[in-house]
Design a protein around this ligand. Sequence first.
Ligand SMILES: [Zn+2]
Length: 365
Amino acid sequence: MGFFSWKFIGVLLSSLTLYSFSSLPSIASSSLAAWIIRSDGVLQFRTSHDAKLKSFFKRGDDLIGDRIWIDFQGELTRPRALPGNGPIREIRLGKPKRGITRLVIEFDHSVSLDPYKLKIKGLASDKWQLDFVGLPVETLKSIGEGDVNKSISKRLHSDSSSATNKFFISLNVNNLPNVKRGKYLVIIDPGHGGPDPGAIGINGLRESEIVLDVSKQVKAYLSQKGVSTRLTRAIEKDLDLPPRVVLANKLKANAFVSIHANASRGYRKDINGLETYYFSKYGGGLTLAKDIHNEILKASPESPDRGVRKGSFFVIRRTNMPAALVEIGFVTGLNDSRDLSRANHRKRLAFAISNGILKYLKKLD
Ligand SMILES: [Zn+2]
């Protein structure tokens, strides 16, 4: 519980560049040039001038501690992980997708950071600072790579407020959009069930159980918003596809959302990501799919965006109302399966799906 996602997009704008450097990095190389976590719990890093950053916070759980990560433009040549010390467990520099460098700082389990107190300040057009407020630093020794002070611009940035926290996700129902109460009926369809477990992933992770848990939580969120919600199945039971469609069509639902988890051919652990399907561009299916997909991307920022796609799955093809089918991650993927096995991540997905559905319904208000 108490999960917050923290993210901001900070763009430093300097009117003049006083110094020019002959060795400016090419576009393809990482804009992260050096970093240090000082023994007083302050992260500083140097980038190319006016780099664009995105930063994230993810609350830990019983398996992994709190993490923050910052994405930079450009790629590293050598992804790597460095052991931390004291309250910091590990620092990872990775390439989550083409053209992006990601700096991840994973904290020890004992650490609980307040994401509202995390702010990246621009010290200069190429130098940044993040103070881990409240981090116990008694046992922290400084860790870093490169020289953060090298080639620092003399021009101090006048407005560090350009780096501000853009948004938080709080899983409170009050933060979901309001729609007219009592006006809408939504069918939530947890995929598979009972003897049909759907995809089976890493550590025996079962699609049917994960999607049932998420679906029930979506129902709870929507119900609290005054949206009538029916599940096609509320228990682990076998249910063919036609009755799911018959129910939705008979009740003349305003929207139908089928929730699934994915599996890759050959059970490839490196394939992770989010997909949402619609069948028809007309009648709202595509809009519904996009509204939900956008929210899921925010709720699961580590998982690659595999896009909103046209698909002819039976349940979205044969329903008479706007319909979407979401794949909330790969049970066969290393990262996704770890996330999907966690209750707080499933709650976050449920919140995101509810958010997308409500955004869609609001357009019909
Ligand atoms: Zn499925």
